[in-house]
Design a protein around this ligand. Structure first.
Ligand code: NAD
Length: 251
């Protein structure tokens, strides 16, 4: 058990990587707070599963791109769970689109959710951790796309590079408060976000050919690394970027 009696909060926890990480953190003994734009009904089975493990589960519906969501989420965590030890900024969107004809609305929305949303949330979580004075761990889910380009992701890759950079700068800003900040960089993981791309056999085959481990990742492949970075096992790791990509980047 790596997170016994810790309080673990995550954005975008209603599905995919966030859902798997929340469940794994509960299995490791943490109480769980989730915020997501999805209605609570979408997360009801997950919340029941967390509670069946003997852990508390808090759900706050909200849009991370609205600055007020961060304050409301932190206030609910403080009131109902009593503090914050691990915070994971995970909510994100990836609407695939070509570059030359990219509508401004898609660009703006992607930046607002992925980059500004991460900033608002990380800042609010850090303020709470500093106020409480017991340190903490902040993890942001960036992407392998922070390091490599993507023809149909020209609006997405800069947001993920921004999130990676945010973790490097906050690692410096928050180190004196014993708050560690790290980025997780998933490769291709089979979740709703890229369901359409992976359903296209030609695209899927080309993507698979680049993965030395010979399979796409599952959401659960990210859960262990997130729990590890949140735990005291990673007590001297801050400002780091952890690729979880089946070896894709080095191929
Ligand atoms: P997902 O679509 O299953 O999960 C994303 C979650 O974020 C959903 O529950 C969704 O409701 C929530 N969300 C979306 N917009 C939101 C908003 N404005 N406010 C609050 N919640 C919002 O996809 P996933 O693959 O689990 O994605 C999780 C993170 O992992 C994202 O940041 C994504 O960019 C990143 N990532 C995914 C992959 C992959 O291949 N799946 C690769 C690299 C990075």
């Amino acid at each position: 058990m790596l997170l016994t009696d810790k309080i673990f909060a995550i954005t975008g926890g209603a599905s995919g990587i966030g859902r798997a990480a929340a469940l794994e953190a509960a299995r490791h003994g943490a109480d769980i707070a989730i915020t997501d734009i999805a209605p609570v009904e979408a997360a009801a089975p997950l919340l029941r599963e967390i509670e069946s493990l003997g852990r508390r589960a808090l759900y706050v519906q909200g849009d991370v791109s609205k600055p007020e969501t961060a304050g409301a989420f932190m206030a609910a965590i403080k009131e109902e769970l009593g503090g914050l030890d691990v915070f994971v900024s995970n909510a994100g969107i990836c609407p695939f689109h070509g570059f030359l004809d990219l509508p401004k609305e898609i660009l703006t929305k992607t930046v607002e959710v992925n980059l500004l949303g991460a900033f608002y949330m990380v800042q609010a979580a850090a303020r709470m951790m500093v106020d409480e004075g017991r340190g903490g761990s902040i993890i942001a889910v960036s992407s392998i796309s922070a390091l490599v380009g993507g023809e149909f992701q020209t609006h997405y890759t800069p947001t993920k590079a921004g999130v990676l950079s945010l973790m490097q700068s906050t690692a410096i800003a928050l180190g004196r408060h014993d708050i560690r900040c790290n980025a997780i960089l998933p490769g291709t993981i089979r979740t709703a976000i890229n369901h359409d791309d992976l359903s296209d056999p030609t695209k899927a085959e080309a993507m698979m050919a680049r993965i030395p481990l010979g399979r796409f990742g599952e959401a659960e492949d990210l859960a262990g690394p997130i729990v590890f970075l949140g735990s005291s096992m990673a007590s001297y790791i801050t400002g780091a970027s952890l690729l979880v990509d089946g070896g894709c980047f080095v191929n």
